[in-house]
Design a protein around this ligand. Sequence first.
Ligand SMILES: [Zn+2]
Length: 144
Amino acid sequence: MKDIPFTIASFENFLKEKKLMASKCNRCNALWLPPRPICIECNSDELEWVELNGKGKLVAFTVIGVGPIPMIEAGYDRDNPYCAGIVEVEEGPRISAQIMGVDVAHPENIKIGTNLTADFVERGSWHFVEELAKERKTYLAFRV
Ligand SMILES: [Zn+2]
């Protein structure tokens, strides 16, 4: 795993394998999620991949009716909104992700501090490469 670069592409490849991976600084132990190739705490480039346990808590959220293209293609709109949130994982870092299994019709019922588990959602994604080709991509989500 040493040779895998600390990029978003690598992070997304791990999501396909249903792994939530962060980069950990071997000098100061800081944990970066999504991964960074250089520690911004101590400027070290001695990082390693670590797998997180996928548990976290909701620290902020919003309910979105008009989302980006992948979410519109996944069927989300004003009549079928989705929840996007910031999750603090058990190991410490925070990451944004879709929050599944919450009452999006009644956002007042969605509670900060709710325990969540990582989920890996596969959906189509448009890429403007050569001609418009559709491919499947795995997105990080968290579920109640
Ligand atoms: Zn560091």
